[in-house]
Design a protein around this ligand. Structure first.
Ligand code: BES
Ligand code: MN
Ligand code: MN
Length: 457
């Protein structure tokens, strides 16, 4: 089958890219209400893509938020069903001035596609549409296929759980296939076996009832920004461990054997540092970099604001200060429990002279995708055939909170075949996706279908 796919890609290369560029041109930023129409446009574009690729049916299904695109091809109800999940929404593009080319005018430079969503997740999800097209057009589709593509992943999938509950029958499948993660490298294919959970907070610190003159009042009134900075600093200790009482209670300590296994991953810390231009890696004492993101929780300030940030100087003691703080969790930590621990702790450490409020923005659980399931073995064979290298299991630091929810609501496990690279700059300016990865993904996916259908029989 492999030669056939390679030929098919070769003869359709330019059209595939043209179609992907059409998708990348629509600014489907889910967080911004001014893009509501663009969300529908993107969903319609994908519906047409699915029909053109050979789906029996496809529809744009409304939710209380942005719509879901659903499509399917059922060849034989007695055969296994693979459901592809992806998301067509993207992250905001700011800061715009750091982009070398415009985020919604995709361009090819240095063998890479440059655009917001080039990797996360339009590029990765479109590989699935084209792999499906190949299987249908060559009469090689070995199983039933369903597509569920949402438009709210980047804002925490607030409506997809309900959508799944309401469409349980329609979404019945044997495995959920997802390309929305990374692999270790082009010469080190890997299968994502873990995702971290997330607990995302916004905090507000209030001091005096108005901004004050910092000369008339400075030194005599608690400054909310100074206080917020102290509070944040106290959330981690000198070993970079999180100080919130009870935070680590449910963390499963990974066995020595498993840690030794993890250490075999071809991870080059020097290359990692160079890529992001830092002198030193910093994290929880006693753990390596891949352990710090793969099997340990973390706490980060995502944004902090208040007071005067405009041009020049304004002498002001602000009335308010804010921060957005996220905690990445490991499997078995429950995000709702962590939300409560955080809120209680943060409010309890409010220094005299200010009032502190913390509230949850979104969150979800971590996930472990087992290596002893047929889908893992099928994926492993597919990578080995396409790359000529056996893939290694690897736990990612990122989160896709809807994946554990699929298991909870639909009772279906997910297999995470990510083709992105850490250097793709997802969520950052100059997001990109190497053409090599895009086409390699299209080559690998049909092989997964083939092996999975044989194994799941
Ligand atoms: N595709 C990413 C998650 C990801 C990327 C996982 C790379 C593993 C490797 C997804 O679109 C994402 O950005 N998720 C958010 C969480 C969401 C609730 C906003 C994240 O991880 O920050
Ligand atoms: Mn994504
Ligand atoms: Mn993302």
């Amino acid at each position: 089958m492999k030669e056939k796919i390679v030929d098919y890609i070769e003869s359709n290369r330019d059209r595939f890219l043209e179609e992907l560029f059409g998708l990348l041109q629509i600014p489907s930023i889910s967080a911004r209400s001014e893009h509501k129409e663009d969300m529908y446009k993107t969903a319609e574009y994908l519906k047409k893509s699915l029909l053109d690729a050979g789906a029996d049916s496809a529809e744009v299904m409304p939710t209380d938020g942005h719509p879901v695109v659903y499509g399917e091809k059922i060849i034989d109800p007695s055969k296994p069903t693979v459901m592809v999940y992806g998301h067509y929404d993207v992250q905001p593009v700011e800061p715009l001035d750091l982009w070398k080319s415009e985020p919604f005018k995709p361009e090819i430079r240095d063998g890479k596609i440059w655009a917001r969503g080039a990797d996360d997740d339009k590029g990765q999800l479109y590989m699935h549409v084209k792999a499906f097209e190949f299987l249908v057009s060559e009469g090689e589709l070995p199983c039933n296929v369903k597509f569920m593509i949402e438009g709210e992943e980047e804002v925490g999938s607030p409506n997809l759980g309900k959508f799944c509950k309401e469409n349980k029958e329609k979404l019945k499948s044997d495995i959920i296939l997802v390309s929305d993660t990374t692999m270790i490298g082009q010469d080190a294919p890997s299968i994502t076996t873990g995702l971290r959970g997330l607990s995302y907070m916004e905090v507000e610190v209030t001091g005096p009832n108005r901004d004050l003159h910092s000369g008339l009042y400075g030194g005599a009134v608690a400054n909310p920004i100074n206080m917020l900075a102290k509070m944040i600093a106290s959330l981690t200790d000198e070993n970079n461990r999180i100080t919130i009482p009870g935070f680590y209670d449910d963390v499963i300590e990974v066995s020595k054997e498993e840690r030794e296994e993890m250490a075999k991953a071809p991870f080059d810390v020097e290359k990692y540092k160079k890529e992001i231009d830092i002198d030193e890696v910093v994290g929880e004492k006693g753990f390596s970099t891949i352990e710090r993101t793969g099997i340990r929780p973390s706490l980060d300030v995502n944004g902090i604001w208040g007071g005067y940030t405009g041009e020049g100087a304004k002498t002001v003691l602000p009335s308010k200060a804010y921060a957005k703080i996220s905690m990445r969790l490991v499997p078995n930590q429950k995000s709702e429990k962590i939300d409560k621990l955080f809120i209680n702790h943060f409010e309890s450490i409010a220094p005299p002279g200010v009032r502190v409020k913390a509230r949850k923005l979104h969150g979800g659980e971590g996930y472990v995708s087992p290596t002893d399931q047929p889908a893992y073995r099928a994926a492993s064979k597919a990578y080995e055939e396409a790359f000529g290298i056996k893939p290694i299991p690897f736990r990612s630091g990122g989160s896709i909170p809807i994946i554990p929810l699929f298991e909870e609501v639909l009772g279906v496990k997910s297999i995470l075949m990510g083709f992105g690279l850490e250097s793709d700059a997802i969520h950052s300016p100059n997001e990109n996706y190497p053409l090599w990865n895009f086409f390699k993904g299209i080559e690998t996916i049909p092989l997964f279908y083939k092996h999975y259908s044989e194994m799941a029989k």
